[in-house]
Design a protein. Structure first.
Length: 100
């Protein structure tokens, strides 16, 4: 999959308004960003498991793991491989808890 494919998927899943909101959320504090993403996913009928994703974004344990991964990525203290490992561990946790 190349970046063009990801852009196509993004454009298909999110309306222009949702895309704008997502872009605006990037500069917000972590909790505000997660709350905003949860709202977008919960209200988006084009995302098959959007409501479940919203639950995951609101889950304190999942949110803490996401926060730690984001902070580690921003600090540069972990290698790309270590970040991928943490991301995979989080994905497994989300799959176990929410089936996503």
């Amino acid at each position: 999959m190349n970046p063009g494919d990801l852009r196509k998927i993004f454009n298909q899943l999110f309306s222009k308004e949702e895309q704008q909101k997502i872009m605006e959320l990037e500069s917000k504090p972590f909790d505000e960003k997660m709350d905003g993403l949860a709202e977008i996913f919960e209200n988006n009928a084009r995302i098959p498991q959007g409501k479940v994703m919203a639950q995951a974004f609101r889950d304190p344990e999942i949110r803490q793991d996401m926060r730690e991964i984001e902070e580690a990525a921003q600090s540069g203290n972990l290698s790309q491989q270590q970040l991928m490992q943490r991301g995979m561990k989080l994905a497994m946790k989300m799959r176990g808890k929410y089936g996503i």
